[in-house]
Design a protein around this ligand. Structure first.
Ligand SMILES: Nc1ncnc2c1ncn2[C@@H]1O[C@H](COP(=O)(O)OP(=O)(O)OP(=O)(O)O)[C@@H](O)[C@H]1O
Ligand SMILES: [Mg+2]
Length: 455
Protein backbone atom coordinates (compact mmCIF):
# COMPACT_ATOMS: atom_id res chain seq x y z
CA UNK A 1 0.00 0.00 0.00
CA UNK A 2 1.19 3.47 -0.79
CA UNK A 3 2.13 5.63 2.17
CA UNK A 4 -0.18 8.55 2.87
CA UNK A 5 1.32 12.01 2.76
CA UNK A 6 0.55 13.96 5.93
CA UNK A 7 1.53 17.59 6.21
CA UNK A 8 2.23 18.95 9.68
CA UNK A 9 1.91 22.72 9.95
CA UNK A 10 3.22 24.11 13.22
CA UNK A 11 5.68 26.86 14.07
CA UNK A 12 7.12 24.88 16.95
CA UNK A 13 9.88 22.60 15.88
CA UNK A 14 9.45 20.11 18.73
CA UNK A 15 5.77 19.57 17.86
CA UNK A 16 6.63 18.89 14.21
CA UNK A 17 9.31 16.50 15.36
CA UNK A 18 7.05 14.69 17.80
CA UNK A 19 4.28 14.13 15.27
CA UNK A 20 6.82 13.10 12.68
CA UNK A 21 8.19 10.40 14.97
CA UNK A 22 4.79 9.01 15.92
CA UNK A 23 3.47 8.86 12.37
CA UNK A 24 6.58 7.51 10.72
CA UNK A 25 6.90 4.69 13.21
CA UNK A 26 3.72 3.15 11.79
CA UNK A 27 5.32 2.99 8.32
CA UNK A 28 1.97 4.01 6.90
CA UNK A 29 2.69 7.72 6.62
CA UNK A 30 5.17 10.11 5.12
CA UNK A 31 5.39 13.42 6.95
CA UNK A 32 5.79 16.73 5.18
CA UNK A 33 6.67 19.49 7.68
CA UNK A 34 5.70 23.14 7.20
CA UNK A 35 6.70 25.91 9.57
CA UNK A 36 3.96 28.38 8.66
CA UNK A 37 0.65 28.83 6.86
CA UNK A 38 2.51 30.37 3.95
CA UNK A 39 4.84 27.37 3.70
CA UNK A 40 1.82 25.06 3.90
CA UNK A 41 0.15 26.72 0.90
CA UNK A 42 3.33 26.66 -1.14
CA UNK A 43 3.86 22.98 -0.49
CA UNK A 44 0.25 22.13 -1.31
CA UNK A 45 0.84 23.54 -4.75
CA UNK A 46 3.98 21.50 -5.15
CA UNK A 47 3.11 17.99 -4.06
CA UNK A 48 0.14 15.70 -3.43
CA UNK A 49 -1.00 15.71 0.20
CA UNK A 50 -3.63 13.40 1.72
CA UNK A 51 -4.16 15.10 5.06
CA UNK A 52 -3.12 18.27 6.92
CA UNK A 53 -2.50 18.60 10.65
CA UNK A 54 -2.74 22.30 11.32
CA UNK A 55 -1.81 24.29 14.42
CA UNK A 56 -4.35 27.00 15.11
CA UNK A 57 -2.03 29.53 16.73
CA UNK A 58 0.88 30.51 14.57
CA UNK A 59 2.97 33.51 13.68
CA UNK A 60 2.09 35.12 10.37
CA UNK A 61 -0.95 33.64 8.71
CA UNK A 62 -2.80 31.98 11.57
CA UNK A 63 -4.50 28.60 11.59
CA UNK A 64 -8.04 29.71 10.72
CA UNK A 65 -6.85 31.84 7.86
CA UNK A 66 -4.70 28.99 6.58
CA UNK A 67 -7.68 26.63 6.87
CA UNK A 68 -9.77 28.92 4.67
CA UNK A 69 -7.02 29.01 2.07
CA UNK A 70 -6.64 25.23 2.14
CA UNK A 71 -10.39 24.77 1.66
CA UNK A 72 -10.37 27.16 -1.28
CA UNK A 73 -7.49 25.32 -2.86
CA UNK A 74 -8.73 21.81 -2.22
CA UNK A 75 -12.21 21.56 -0.69
CA UNK A 76 -12.03 17.83 -0.03
CA UNK A 77 -8.62 17.66 1.60
CA UNK A 78 -9.15 16.61 5.23
CA UNK A 79 -7.68 18.97 7.83
CA UNK A 80 -7.24 18.28 11.54
CA UNK A 81 -6.83 21.33 13.75
CA UNK A 82 -4.46 21.25 16.69
CA UNK A 83 -5.36 23.51 19.58
CA UNK A 84 -3.74 24.40 22.87
CA UNK A 85 -5.62 24.97 26.09
CA UNK A 86 -7.95 27.95 25.92
CA UNK A 87 -8.42 28.04 22.20
CA UNK A 88 -11.31 25.64 22.13
CA UNK A 89 -13.71 28.22 20.71
CA UNK A 90 -11.47 28.78 17.78
CA UNK A 91 -11.39 25.05 17.22
CA UNK A 92 -15.17 25.12 17.04
CA UNK A 93 -14.94 27.95 14.52
CA UNK A 94 -12.55 25.83 12.53
CA UNK A 95 -15.08 23.02 12.35
CA UNK A 96 -17.50 25.48 10.78
CA UNK A 97 -14.87 26.40 8.22
CA UNK A 98 -14.56 22.77 7.26
CA UNK A 99 -11.90 21.13 9.38
CA UNK A 100 -12.56 17.47 9.88
CA UNK A 101 -11.67 17.15 13.57
CA UNK A 102 -9.49 18.68 16.24
CA UNK A 103 -6.86 17.54 18.66
CA UNK A 104 -6.17 19.31 21.95
CA UNK A 105 -2.56 19.56 22.95
CA UNK A 106 -1.04 17.70 24.60
CA UNK A 107 -2.34 14.52 22.99
CA UNK A 108 -1.27 10.91 23.26
CA UNK A 109 0.18 9.09 20.31
CA UNK A 110 -2.86 6.77 20.21
CA UNK A 111 -5.23 9.72 20.07
CA UNK A 112 -3.21 11.20 17.20
CA UNK A 113 -3.17 7.95 15.25
CA UNK A 114 -6.89 7.28 15.68
CA UNK A 115 -7.80 10.82 14.61
CA UNK A 116 -5.57 10.65 11.54
CA UNK A 117 -6.86 7.21 10.58
CA UNK A 118 -10.50 8.28 10.89
CA UNK A 119 -10.00 11.42 8.87
CA UNK A 120 -8.32 9.51 6.06
CA UNK A 121 -10.91 6.76 5.85
CA UNK A 122 -13.77 9.27 5.90
CA UNK A 123 -12.12 11.15 3.09
CA UNK A 124 -11.57 7.98 1.07
CA UNK A 125 -15.24 7.12 1.40
CA UNK A 126 -16.24 10.61 0.37
CA UNK A 127 -14.12 10.51 -2.75
CA UNK A 128 -15.51 7.09 -3.69
CA UNK A 129 -19.03 8.46 -3.47
CA UNK A 130 -17.95 11.42 -5.52
CA UNK A 131 -16.36 9.23 -8.18
CA UNK A 132 -19.61 7.36 -8.46
CA UNK A 133 -21.59 10.57 -8.70
CA UNK A 134 -19.33 12.07 -11.26
CA UNK A 135 -19.55 8.88 -13.29
CA UNK A 136 -23.30 9.28 -13.26
CA UNK A 137 -23.16 12.97 -13.87
CA UNK A 138 -20.57 11.87 -16.44
CA UNK A 139 -18.24 14.78 -16.44
CA UNK A 140 -17.08 14.15 -19.96
CA UNK A 141 -17.90 10.52 -20.27
CA UNK A 142 -20.80 8.34 -19.32
CA UNK A 143 -20.04 4.65 -19.61
CA UNK A 144 -17.84 4.95 -22.72
CA UNK A 145 -19.86 7.77 -24.21
CA UNK A 146 -17.68 10.80 -24.75
CA UNK A 147 -19.15 14.28 -24.75
CA UNK A 148 -18.10 17.52 -23.17
CA UNK A 149 -20.31 19.73 -25.30
CA UNK A 150 -23.33 21.31 -23.65
CA UNK A 151 -25.72 19.31 -25.82
CA UNK A 152 -24.13 16.01 -24.86
CA UNK A 153 -24.13 17.00 -21.21
CA UNK A 154 -27.88 17.50 -21.62
CA UNK A 155 -28.11 14.02 -23.10
CA UNK A 156 -26.23 12.57 -20.12
CA UNK A 157 -28.62 14.33 -17.75
CA UNK A 158 -31.58 12.94 -19.67
CA UNK A 159 -30.12 9.43 -19.48
CA UNK A 160 -29.62 9.84 -15.78
CA UNK A 161 -33.29 10.72 -15.40
CA UNK A 162 -34.57 7.58 -17.07
CA UNK A 163 -32.26 4.89 -15.71
CA UNK A 164 -34.18 4.37 -12.50
CA UNK A 165 -37.57 3.85 -14.09
CA UNK A 166 -39.10 1.73 -16.82
CA UNK A 167 -40.13 4.71 -18.91
CA UNK A 168 -40.21 4.08 -22.66
CA UNK A 169 -37.43 5.98 -24.41
CA UNK A 170 -37.18 7.09 -28.02
CA UNK A 171 -33.70 8.04 -29.21
CA UNK A 172 -33.64 10.18 -32.32
CA UNK A 173 -30.55 11.10 -34.24
CA UNK A 174 -28.77 10.82 -37.55
CA UNK A 175 -26.90 7.69 -38.45
CA UNK A 176 -23.73 7.20 -36.42
CA UNK A 177 -24.58 9.63 -33.62
CA UNK A 178 -24.45 6.93 -30.95
CA UNK A 179 -28.09 5.88 -30.54
CA UNK A 180 -27.32 2.28 -29.79
CA UNK A 181 -24.57 3.29 -27.39
CA UNK A 182 -27.07 5.38 -25.42
CA UNK A 183 -29.66 2.59 -25.42
CA UNK A 184 -27.09 0.16 -24.02
CA UNK A 185 -25.96 2.67 -21.41
CA UNK A 186 -29.53 3.12 -20.18
CA UNK A 187 -29.95 -0.61 -19.86
CA UNK A 188 -26.59 -1.06 -18.16
CA UNK A 189 -27.43 1.49 -15.49
CA UNK A 190 -31.02 0.37 -14.95
CA UNK A 191 -32.33 -2.13 -12.46
CA UNK A 192 -32.74 -4.55 -15.37
CA UNK A 193 -28.98 -4.62 -15.99
CA UNK A 194 -28.59 -8.29 -15.06
CA UNK A 195 -31.32 -9.27 -17.49
CA UNK A 196 -30.96 -9.36 -21.28
CA UNK A 197 -30.64 -6.41 -23.66
CA UNK A 198 -32.06 -7.51 -27.01
CA UNK A 199 -31.58 -5.30 -30.04
CA UNK A 200 -33.70 -5.80 -33.14
CA UNK A 201 -32.96 -3.94 -36.33
CA UNK A 202 -36.27 -3.25 -38.02
CA UNK A 203 -34.72 -2.31 -41.38
CA UNK A 204 -32.46 -5.29 -41.81
CA UNK A 205 -35.23 -7.88 -42.18
CA UNK A 206 -38.14 -8.31 -44.59
CA UNK A 207 -41.54 -8.02 -42.94
CA UNK A 208 -42.30 -11.72 -42.46
CA UNK A 209 -38.91 -12.44 -40.94
CA UNK A 210 -39.09 -9.42 -38.67
CA UNK A 211 -42.41 -10.61 -37.38
CA UNK A 212 -41.06 -13.97 -36.33
CA UNK A 213 -37.86 -12.34 -35.06
CA UNK A 214 -39.99 -10.26 -32.70
CA UNK A 215 -42.72 -12.66 -31.69
CA UNK A 216 -41.33 -16.10 -32.52
CA UNK A 217 -43.28 -18.86 -34.23
CA UNK A 218 -44.52 -22.37 -33.62
CA UNK A 219 -43.32 -25.33 -35.60
CA UNK A 220 -45.16 -25.40 -38.93
CA UNK A 221 -46.50 -21.85 -38.55
CA UNK A 222 -45.62 -21.26 -42.17
CA UNK A 223 -43.81 -23.11 -44.93
CA UNK A 224 -40.24 -23.49 -43.87
CA UNK A 225 -40.91 -23.09 -40.14
CA UNK A 226 -39.40 -26.43 -39.27
CA UNK A 227 -38.89 -25.67 -35.60
CA UNK A 228 -40.41 -23.54 -32.92
CA UNK A 229 -38.65 -20.26 -32.55
CA UNK A 230 -38.59 -17.95 -29.55
CA UNK A 231 -38.84 -14.25 -30.46
CA UNK A 232 -36.96 -11.26 -29.12
CA UNK A 233 -39.87 -10.03 -26.99
CA UNK A 234 -39.82 -13.32 -25.16
CA UNK A 235 -36.03 -13.45 -24.97
CA UNK A 236 -35.95 -9.94 -23.53
CA UNK A 237 -38.26 -10.90 -20.67
CA UNK A 238 -37.20 -9.08 -17.51
CA UNK A 239 -34.81 -6.94 -19.53
CA UNK A 240 -34.82 -4.36 -22.32
CA UNK A 241 -35.78 -4.70 -25.96
CA UNK A 242 -34.20 -2.20 -28.33
CA UNK A 243 -36.14 -1.57 -31.54
CA UNK A 244 -33.64 0.06 -33.85
CA UNK A 245 -34.96 2.05 -36.83
CA UNK A 246 -38.50 1.75 -35.59
CA UNK A 247 -39.56 4.26 -38.26
CA UNK A 248 -39.04 1.56 -40.88
CA UNK A 249 -41.48 -0.88 -39.33
CA UNK A 250 -44.42 -1.89 -41.52
CA UNK A 251 -47.99 -1.07 -40.49
CA UNK A 252 -49.06 -4.64 -39.62
CA UNK A 253 -46.05 -5.07 -37.34
CA UNK A 254 -46.67 -1.67 -35.79
CA UNK A 255 -50.14 -2.90 -34.84
CA UNK A 256 -48.72 -6.00 -33.21
CA UNK A 257 -46.04 -4.10 -31.31
CA UNK A 258 -48.68 -1.69 -30.07
CA UNK A 259 -50.62 -4.59 -28.70
CA UNK A 260 -47.61 -5.95 -26.80
CA UNK A 261 -47.02 -2.53 -25.29
CA UNK A 262 -50.63 -2.24 -24.22
CA UNK A 263 -51.31 -5.77 -23.05
CA UNK A 264 -47.79 -6.94 -22.20
CA UNK A 265 -48.71 -10.23 -23.84
CA UNK A 266 -48.73 -11.80 -27.30
CA UNK A 267 -48.82 -15.10 -29.17
CA UNK A 268 -46.11 -16.71 -31.23
CA UNK A 269 -46.96 -16.91 -34.94
CA UNK A 270 -49.14 -19.95 -35.48
CA UNK A 271 -49.56 -20.39 -31.76
CA UNK A 272 -52.52 -19.81 -29.54
CA UNK A 273 -51.20 -19.59 -26.03
CA UNK A 274 -50.66 -16.14 -24.61
CA UNK A 275 -47.16 -15.29 -23.53
CA UNK A 276 -46.74 -12.66 -20.86
CA UNK A 277 -43.63 -10.52 -20.84
CA UNK A 278 -42.09 -7.92 -18.59
CA UNK A 279 -40.00 -5.69 -20.81
CA UNK A 280 -38.69 -2.19 -21.06
CA UNK A 281 -38.79 -0.71 -24.54
CA UNK A 282 -36.17 1.59 -25.97
CA UNK A 283 -36.44 2.50 -29.63
CA UNK A 284 -34.35 4.51 -32.03
CA UNK A 285 -34.84 6.17 -35.37
CA UNK A 286 -32.91 8.40 -37.72
CA UNK A 287 -36.18 9.79 -39.05
CA UNK A 288 -38.38 12.45 -37.64
CA UNK A 289 -41.00 10.05 -36.36
CA UNK A 290 -43.67 12.71 -36.04
CA UNK A 291 -43.27 13.51 -39.72
CA UNK A 292 -43.88 9.82 -40.42
CA UNK A 293 -47.08 10.10 -38.42
CA UNK A 294 -48.15 13.14 -40.39
CA UNK A 295 -47.30 11.37 -43.64
CA UNK A 296 -49.45 8.44 -42.50
CA UNK A 297 -46.72 5.82 -42.41
CA UNK A 298 -46.41 5.56 -38.63
CA UNK A 299 -49.35 4.96 -36.31
CA UNK A 300 -50.10 7.90 -34.09
CA UNK A 301 -51.15 5.73 -31.14
CA UNK A 302 -47.87 3.82 -31.34
CA UNK A 303 -45.97 7.09 -31.62
CA UNK A 304 -47.33 8.24 -28.26
CA UNK A 305 -46.50 4.89 -26.71
CA UNK A 306 -42.88 4.80 -27.86
CA UNK A 307 -41.98 8.45 -27.44
CA UNK A 308 -42.87 8.91 -23.79
CA UNK A 309 -39.34 10.14 -23.09
CA UNK A 310 -37.60 11.37 -26.23
CA UNK A 311 -33.82 11.88 -26.32
CA UNK A 312 -32.35 13.78 -29.25
CA UNK A 313 -28.77 13.07 -30.25
CA UNK A 314 -27.37 16.06 -32.14
CA UNK A 315 -25.22 15.46 -35.23
CA UNK A 316 -21.48 15.75 -34.67
CA UNK A 317 -21.23 18.93 -36.74
CA UNK A 318 -23.38 20.64 -34.11
CA UNK A 319 -21.06 19.67 -31.26
CA UNK A 320 -17.64 20.20 -32.71
CA UNK A 321 -16.11 20.79 -29.30
CA UNK A 322 -16.45 17.04 -28.75
CA UNK A 323 -14.18 16.24 -31.69
CA UNK A 324 -10.75 16.54 -29.98
CA UNK A 325 -11.85 14.39 -27.04
CA UNK A 326 -13.45 11.78 -29.30
CA UNK A 327 -10.36 11.71 -31.51
CA UNK A 328 -8.17 11.13 -28.49
CA UNK A 329 -10.46 8.38 -27.25
CA UNK A 330 -10.46 6.54 -30.59
CA UNK A 331 -6.70 6.91 -30.96
CA UNK A 332 -6.27 5.24 -27.61
CA UNK A 333 -8.76 2.52 -28.51
CA UNK A 334 -7.19 1.67 -31.86
CA UNK A 335 -3.55 2.11 -30.94
CA UNK A 336 -4.11 -0.39 -28.15
CA UNK A 337 -5.72 -2.80 -30.60
CA UNK A 338 -2.90 -2.31 -33.11
CA UNK A 339 -0.25 -2.40 -30.36
CA UNK A 340 1.09 0.93 -31.54
CA UNK A 341 2.18 3.81 -29.41
CA UNK A 342 0.82 7.06 -30.71
CA UNK A 343 2.29 9.75 -28.56
CA UNK A 344 0.98 12.77 -30.25
CA UNK A 345 -1.62 14.01 -32.65
CA UNK A 346 -0.57 16.86 -34.83
CA UNK A 347 -2.51 20.01 -33.94
CA UNK A 348 -3.16 20.52 -37.66
CA UNK A 349 -4.97 17.16 -37.66
CA UNK A 350 -7.30 18.31 -34.89
CA UNK A 351 -7.95 21.53 -36.80
CA UNK A 352 -8.83 19.64 -39.94
CA UNK A 353 -11.03 17.16 -38.11
CA UNK A 354 -12.85 20.08 -36.50
CA UNK A 355 -13.32 21.79 -39.84
CA UNK A 356 -14.98 18.81 -41.50
CA UNK A 357 -18.75 18.36 -41.37
CA UNK A 358 -18.96 14.60 -40.62
CA UNK A 359 -22.05 13.45 -42.50
CA UNK A 360 -21.50 9.97 -40.98
CA UNK A 361 -21.15 11.50 -37.51
CA UNK A 362 -19.18 9.77 -34.75
CA UNK A 363 -19.01 6.51 -36.67
CA UNK A 364 -17.27 8.28 -39.55
CA UNK A 365 -14.85 9.96 -37.17
CA UNK A 366 -14.14 6.61 -35.53
CA UNK A 367 -13.50 4.95 -38.90
CA UNK A 368 -11.25 7.82 -39.96
CA UNK A 369 -9.14 7.55 -36.82
CA UNK A 370 -9.04 3.77 -37.05
CA UNK A 371 -7.72 4.01 -40.59
CA UNK A 372 -5.17 6.67 -39.60
CA UNK A 373 -3.87 4.58 -36.71
CA UNK A 374 -3.57 1.54 -38.95
CA UNK A 375 -1.67 3.28 -41.73
CA UNK A 376 0.62 5.54 -39.72
CA UNK A 377 4.15 4.38 -39.20
CA UNK A 378 5.26 7.15 -36.90
CA UNK A 379 4.30 7.84 -33.28
CA UNK A 380 2.66 11.08 -34.40
CA UNK A 381 -0.60 11.25 -36.33
CA UNK A 382 -0.20 13.74 -39.11
CA UNK A 383 -2.30 15.14 -41.94
CA UNK A 384 -0.82 12.50 -44.26
CA UNK A 385 -2.77 9.90 -42.31
CA UNK A 386 -6.11 11.51 -43.19
CA UNK A 387 -8.14 10.66 -46.30
CA UNK A 388 -8.09 13.28 -49.09
CA UNK A 389 -11.79 14.23 -48.98
CA UNK A 390 -11.51 15.20 -45.32
CA UNK A 391 -8.32 17.14 -45.99
CA UNK A 392 -9.97 19.01 -48.82
CA UNK A 393 -12.86 20.24 -46.73
CA UNK A 394 -11.36 20.40 -43.27
CA UNK A 395 -8.19 22.20 -44.14
CA UNK A 396 -8.04 25.83 -43.11
CA UNK A 397 -8.03 27.85 -46.25
CA UNK A 398 -4.62 29.25 -46.88
CA UNK A 399 -5.47 32.12 -49.09
CA UNK A 400 -2.31 34.10 -49.52
CA UNK A 401 -2.73 37.86 -49.57
CA UNK A 402 -2.88 39.42 -53.04
CA UNK A 403 -1.60 42.74 -54.20
CA UNK A 404 -5.06 44.21 -54.68
CA UNK A 405 -8.26 43.93 -52.65
CA UNK A 406 -10.51 42.77 -55.56
CA UNK A 407 -8.04 40.00 -56.42
CA UNK A 408 -7.83 38.96 -52.78
CA UNK A 409 -11.62 38.91 -52.43
CA UNK A 410 -11.97 36.85 -55.56
CA UNK A 411 -9.52 34.26 -54.24
CA UNK A 412 -11.38 34.05 -50.95
CA UNK A 413 -14.65 33.71 -52.81
CA UNK A 414 -13.37 30.78 -54.82
CA UNK A 415 -12.14 29.11 -51.63
CA UNK A 416 -15.46 29.54 -49.84
CA UNK A 417 -17.44 28.25 -52.83
CA UNK A 418 -15.12 25.30 -53.33
CA UNK A 419 -15.38 24.26 -49.68
CA UNK A 420 -19.14 24.62 -49.55
CA UNK A 421 -19.69 22.68 -52.76
CA UNK A 422 -17.41 19.92 -51.51
CA UNK A 423 -19.30 19.83 -48.26
CA UNK A 424 -22.63 19.42 -50.08
CA UNK A 425 -21.25 17.11 -52.73
CA UNK A 426 -21.79 19.63 -55.48
CA UNK A 427 -25.47 20.17 -54.64
CA UNK A 428 -26.18 23.74 -55.78
CA UNK A 429 -29.44 24.20 -53.86
CA UNK A 430 -27.88 23.20 -50.55
CA UNK A 431 -24.75 25.26 -51.10
CA UNK A 432 -26.88 28.27 -52.07
CA UNK A 433 -28.95 27.90 -48.92
CA UNK A 434 -25.87 27.62 -46.72
CA UNK A 435 -24.25 30.69 -48.25
CA UNK A 436 -27.43 32.73 -48.43
CA UNK A 437 -27.19 33.47 -52.15
CA UNK A 438 -29.25 32.40 -55.13
CA UNK A 439 -28.82 29.14 -57.02
CA UNK A 440 -28.20 30.98 -60.28
CA UNK A 441 -25.33 32.93 -58.74
CA UNK A 442 -23.65 29.77 -57.48
CA UNK A 443 -24.14 28.09 -60.82
CA UNK A 444 -22.61 31.02 -62.69
CA UNK A 445 -19.64 31.30 -60.36
CA UNK A 446 -19.06 27.54 -60.31
CA UNK A 447 -18.89 27.61 -64.10
CA UNK A 448 -16.58 30.58 -64.09
CA UNK A 449 -14.15 29.12 -61.58
CA UNK A 450 -14.59 25.51 -62.77
CA UNK A 451 -15.81 24.24 -59.43
CA UNK A 452 -17.36 20.78 -58.98
CA UNK A 453 -21.16 20.74 -59.24
CA UNK A 454 -23.49 17.81 -59.57
CA UNK A 455 -26.49 17.72 -61.86
N1 LIG B 1 -20.26 9.91 -27.88
C1 LIG B 1 -19.59 8.83 -28.27
N2 LIG B 1 -18.49 8.44 -27.62
C2 LIG B 1 -17.79 7.35 -28.02
N3 LIG B 1 -18.12 6.59 -29.06
C3 LIG B 1 -19.21 6.94 -29.75
C4 LIG B 1 -20.00 8.05 -29.40
N4 LIG B 1 -21.03 8.15 -30.26
C5 LIG B 1 -20.90 7.14 -31.11
N5 LIG B 1 -19.81 6.39 -30.83
C6 LIG B 1 -19.33 5.22 -31.59
O1 LIG B 1 -19.71 5.44 -32.94
C7 LIG B 1 -20.21 4.25 -33.51
C8 LIG B 1 -21.66 4.45 -33.94
O2 LIG B 1 -22.50 4.52 -32.79
P1 LIG B 1 -23.94 3.81 -32.75
O3 LIG B 1 -23.90 2.49 -33.44
O4 LIG B 1 -24.41 3.85 -31.36
O5 LIG B 1 -24.71 4.87 -33.65
P2 LIG B 1 -26.19 4.84 -34.19
O6 LIG B 1 -26.74 6.19 -33.96
O7 LIG B 1 -26.92 3.66 -33.62
O8 LIG B 1 -25.95 4.68 -35.73
P3 LIG B 1 -26.93 4.03 -36.87
O9 LIG B 1 -28.10 4.92 -36.97
O10 LIG B 1 -26.06 4.06 -38.07
O11 LIG B 1 -27.25 2.67 -36.38
C9 LIG B 1 -20.05 3.16 -32.48
O12 LIG B 1 -18.84 2.49 -32.71
C10 LIG B 1 -20.00 3.92 -31.18
O13 LIG B 1 -19.25 3.21 -30.25
MG1 LIG C 1 -27.66 1.99 -34.63
Amino acid sequence: MQKKQVMVVDDHKHIRQLINDILRKTRRYEVVPAISGEACMRKLHEQPIDLVLLDIQMQGMDGLETLKKIKQFSPNLPVIIMTAHGTIERAVDSMKTGSYDFLTKPFSSERLLVTVENALSASALKSEVQDLRSELKGKYTFSNIIGQSGVMQDVFRAVEKVVDSDVTVLIQGESGTGKELIARAIHRHSKRKNKPFRPVNCTALPESLLESELFGHEKGAYTGAANRRVGKFELADGGTIFLDEIGDMSQPIQAKVLRVLQEREFERLGGNSLIKVDIRLISATNKDLWEEVVAGSFREDLYYRVSVFPIKLPPLRERKDDIPLLAEYFIKKYSERESKTIQKIDSEVIRILSGYHWPGNVRELENTIERAVVITNTPVLTVEDLPPHILAIGRESVVEPEESLPKWIEKLEVEVLRKTLLEYEGNISKAAKKLGIGRATIYRKAKKYRLPISR
